[in-house]
Design a protein around this ligand. Sequence first.
Ligand SMILES: [Zn+2]
Length: 448
Amino acid sequence: MLVVNGTLVTFDSLRPDRDQVIPGGAVAIEGNRIVAVGPEDKVRASRPGDEVLDARGGVILPGFINLHTHLYSAFARGMALPGEVPRNFPEILERLWWKVDKALTLEDCHQSALCMMVEAAAAGSTTLFDHHASPRAVRGSLDAIARAAHQVGIRACLCYEVSDRDGSAVRDQGLEENAEFIKACGEGTALVKALFGLHAAFTLEDGTLARAGERAQALDVGCHIHVAEDGVDDLTCRQRFGAPLVDRLLKHQILKPKTIAAHCIHLGDPAIRKLGDSGAMVAHNPQSNANNAVGVAPLGKLRLAGSPIGLGTDGYTHNMVSAMVTMTQVHKLASRDPRTCGFAEPVSAVFEANAVFASQIFRAPLGRIAPGALADIVVWDYVPYTPLTAANVPGHLIFGFPQARARTVVIDGKVVMRDGEFPGLDRAAVAARGRELAMKLWQRLGAF
Ligand SMILES: [Zn+2]
């Protein structure tokens, strides 16, 4: 397949800067890989007879990679639980999310994933790192989400967030669900991969951390865990478990390369240094952090300590453009210095840090338009009215792309969305079934 007639923004760090934006560019795809990139006449000449996908003058980008999300949260949209509005993060968990996740059935897990995956792909995301909880429907939940990923054709890295908060039986099911799913995913490149999921240290006993760490080590995978989203995480670790948060996670081999540590807000300097030394990946989620009023992640310190910083949405949206915009806004406002968090920072979090991490997990180059990379690309209906150059791509992404739409999405070499339509998937029917199940969920929660 040839994608032609667009401005290519390759995000290929291996190329010199001047070649990263190619007006009148083309991408050739064979199977699930990109095989040629360059000016249209050159690429076309080498691929006679290929099916042609016309970008109609738009911009062609690598698909967005979302480093941290919760697909199970779909049916909470617009829901109002009875009772007082939560005043802080522990109350948000107890009054909202831990009620919602306990009410989920296996069908809810599948359908909420399907709804949000369609929405994510339509917003230009091609890879999602999900963090799932459904304590009354643990076993088979990751298979249900994987089925949704295959139906949409979207790349996904799944895990079940193990916790002791619902008792030992549910905890054990969570450990098993992770281990079985990781084994089933195998070692090669595939559309669906897995990490070992853990909720957060403050809901995990030492014995559970030890078992999870050992199993993840034996299965040769990283973990996916919330870290210091609120001060309660480290405080509970010290008061209840007798050791600081990061020390507990390091002791049990949870923090290591290929692990996603989501949030990392409330950490002191020694913990930030240890986290940096561990090689774990930080997933920054500024939209959710702002919404939950939990604080502003110390990105400068984390970066200085050596932590790679990627970007996720934490389920707040599935729109990585809005996540990038929020990231610059939050840090500029918090510092009251317009030089803080320049536009290149969120763009680098998404197209460099997320891409490097995802390439390790999916065992093939991802997040760039280059020969040999997995063919995950998005055609945007964005036609710039100012010069678009390699140097100012971040400015266009932050100020122009919020008004643009993803028109066509290719994942793993397949057209997943064409002109806003999903071939083989009825978007209206997906949403309609979602509404039926959401209504039942709201009724079970006394919210309707
Ligand atoms: Zn989260």
